[in-house]
Design a binder for this molecule. Structure first.
Ligand code: PLP
Length: 393
């Protein structure tokens, strides 16, 4: 057995989501792999454990355990595979272009909210608003879905993109479009703020506003347009690159960060939109740290909070993972929570972050949380939502 640079091993095996989850779940639980990938010594082709090879590539290992002709039974820990080396921040914050500014800026900060923490239930915020383009968690998926599409279709075929978005994903894809010389037409629901629409136009996207109120309701129409006009529809709601980027980076980052903080969180709170980020974090943490609880946050029935929505409106990945509880929050509670956080700790986060904090607070008040550390995933910052917040000040 030897460890081979991942780029020197070619395995283009397609993996169904279920197969991928089975293989990766086992790797995360055991903390490594227990067999080698067999490569033919003459052709260099992978001849055995192709799916394992594809799954290891997808989760971003740097080195693969390879043997010639026969597979060996040997345990190789994640560290030896360079699993965590995939996260490589620029030490002195120098970046060669604005794409590198995204992925070499990771991990996004994890910060203790000293004054917003309640009764020994210490709240740690992961600030996804520190991503550079949309200033939200959605930069991750805009980047990854676009890159995967580029790999598959080639640059010349990715000229025109269409996407249904409630702003953030649109901004992220629009940024990738400017970098790669493509064009985005963004379809937004009626509930998106004027600020969102203006921002998309500033980023160079064409914007079409629909009378429908949920982004997810626009998917079929956008898919139709994509087919008729030979445009690329990345489709954040179904594209597994959404889930994968959060598994490969967001969740992995969080493990490195809790190690540095010296904590094992009792629970992680996050909002559900496409369900990409919280599902990946749930999958990762349930396999790596069995005891960590995962709480999902959605708007109260019949209400609307930009970025998150009800599970029954249709989500893909949340049904493949274990979520311990769903907490319902009203727009009022979310807005008041935003003001509470900024006035306690001086950080101005967005409304879905407010909803996440309100869920944590509600569970503390209901005596559902024991003392310890809690991670709150804050998807973006508050500056896009000043219109909605103006009535609370
Ligand atoms: N919060 C905000 C502000 C968002 O823009 C989104 C997604 O659009 C979410 C939360 C939900 O994230 P996800 O789609 O990963 O579930």
């Amino acid at each position: 057995m030897y460890l081979e640079d991942v780029n020197r091993v070619i395995c283009e095996e397609e993996l169904e989501l279920e197969e991928f989850l089975d293989i990766v779940g086992e790797i995360l639980r055991s903390g490594g792999v227990d067999k080698t990938i067999v490569v033919d010594s003459r052709s260099g082709e992978v001849i055995e454990n192709k799916k394992l090879c594809a799954a290891l590539k997808k989760i971003g290992v740097i080195r693969l355990p390879v043997s010639h002709q026969v597979s060996e039974t040997i345990f190789i820990p994640l560290e030896h595979l360079g699993f965590f080396e995939d996260i490589k921040p620029s030490k002195y914050r120098v970046f060669m272009d604005t794409e590198e500014l995204l992925y070499r800026n990771w991990p996004t900060p994890l910060v203790k909210l000293r004054k917003s923490s309640i009764n020994g239930r210490v709240a740690w915020a992961k600030l996804e608003g520190f991503n550079p383009w949309s200033m939200s968690v959605k930069d991750r998926i805009g980047w990854y879905m676009f890159k995967k599409s580029l790999e598959k279709s080639g640059k010349e075929n990715i000229r025109m993109l269409v996407e249904a978005t409630s702003t953030n994903t649109g901004l992220a894809i629009a940024a990738m479009c400017t970098i790669y010389g493509s064009k985005l037409r963004a379809y937004i629901p009626s509930t998106v703020s004027t600020t969102g629409e203006i921002l998309l136009k500033i980023f160079g996207a064409d914007v079409i506003r629909s009378p429908k109120s949920l982004t997810v309701e626009l998917i079929d129409e956008v898919e139709d347009v994509a087919k008729k006009q030979s445009a690329i529809h990345l489709n954040q709601f179904y594209n597994d690159a959404n889930f994968e980027v959060h598994l490969r980076y967001t969740a992995k980052e969080l493990e490195l960060q809790i190690r540095e903080a010296g904590i094992i969180p009792k629970a992680i709170f996050g909002g559900l939109g496409t369900s990409g980020h919280l599902s990946a974090i749930a999958f990762y943490f349930k396999n790596r740290f069995k005891e960590v609880k995962i709480y999902g946050v959605v708007p109260k029935q019949g209400t609307f909070i930009q970025g998150i929505r009800r599970i029954e409106s249709g989500m893909k990945w949340v049904h493949k993972v274990e979520i311990d509880k769903i907490v319902e929050i009203s727009p009022d509670e979310a807005a008041k929570a935003v003001l509470e956080i900024v006035r306690n700790d001086g950080i101005f986060v967005g409304l879905s972050s407010g909803a996440v904090y309100a869920a944590y607070k509600k569970m503390v008040e209901n005596k559902e949380l024991e003392e310890g550390d809690y991670i709150l995933i804050f998807p973006d910052m508050g500056f896009k939502y000043v219109e909605q917040l103006s009535k609370y000040i």
